[in-house]
Design a protein around this ligand. Structure first.
Ligand code: DGL
Length: 258
């Protein structure tokens, strides 16, 4: 799996919960994060490079944990290699379509994800009658990385970003960015309990489990999976910020350079 940086650990966390026997190789492109403000062409180039590195490790499935990368590069990545390639957009979109009753769905993500229209397209392909309201929430990323999950700054920021969505009377909100599950508490508080949250990371992990089962690719050994973490820069910061996402520091993180 790869992500633009540390945020993809929300997907990693869900994966190891559902598939504890699988070996996972995680690549965080920390030298070139954030992807959320970059052009589609640049993100595609970075994503192809990340994919190349992981393919060389002999992986059996590729999970693109980054929403921004998934929203622009997935069809191109899927074309290049003979293994299943899964992004986070479709699993999240499918869940939202299933649970929305009033057919008004909100989507929050990076500027890049929102601009790509990937969630809208996927939701509309599943049900064209659904109204989708999207909003970029760029400040949520540094807040999550700093571990600011409570207090006035995060509440004001949530209010600022989410009020336009509550005014649209959404009943479902897709957290379409790796970092947002860390801020689930303040997001829920701001929206109220009548809005259901979709965690794309969780839905993606379920989908990975399905794919592995359907293709007979599940690792059947009774021993626990092993985890290898690679970053393109600053392994020390990755380890530190990882504690906000995993609750523990990954044992070993190797720097491979961009
Ligand atoms: N991983 C990115 C995403 O899910 C968020 C951070 C970034 O902008 O690179 O869209």
């Amino acid at each position: 799996m790869f992500d633009s940086g540390v945020g993809g650990l929300t997907v990693f966390k869900e994966l190891i919960r559902l598939l504890p026997g699988e070996d996972i190789i995680y690549l965080g492109d920390t030298a070139r994060v954030p992807y959320g403000t970059r052009s589609a062409n640049t993100i595609i180039r970075y994503s192809l490079e990340n994919t190349g590195f992981l393919i060389d490790q002999g992986i059996k499935i590729l999970v693109v944990a980054c929403n921004t990368s998934s929203s622009v590069s997935l069809p191109i990545l899927a074309r290049h290699h003979g293994i299943p390639v899964l992004g986070v957009i479709e699993p999240g979109a499918r869940r939202a379509v299933t649970i929305s009753k009033n057919k008004r769905i909100g989507v929050i993500g990076t500027e890049g994800t929102v601009k790509s229209g990937a969630y809208e397209r996927t939701i509309h392909a599943l049900d064209p009658r659904i109204r989708v309201f999207s909003h970029a929430c760029p400040l949520f990323v540094p807040l999550a990385e700093e571990g600011w999950t409570d207090g006035p700054v995060v509440h004001l920021t949530a209010q600022h970003y989410l009020t336009p969505l509550t005014e649209e009377k959404i009943d479902t909100l897709v957290m379409g960015c790796t970092h947002y599950p860390i801020l689930k508490g303040p997001i829920m508080e701001c929206l109220g309990s009548h809005v259901q949250l979709v965690n794309s990371a969780e839905e993606t992990a379920k989908e990975v489990a399905h794919i592995l089962e359907n293709r007979n690719l599940v690792h059947t050994s009774s021993s626990a999976g092993t985890y290898r973490f690679y970053v393109t820069d600053n392994a020390e910061r990755f380890r530190k910020v990882a504690t906000h996402f995993l609750g523990t520091q990954p044992a070993q993180v190797d720097e491979i350079g961009a």
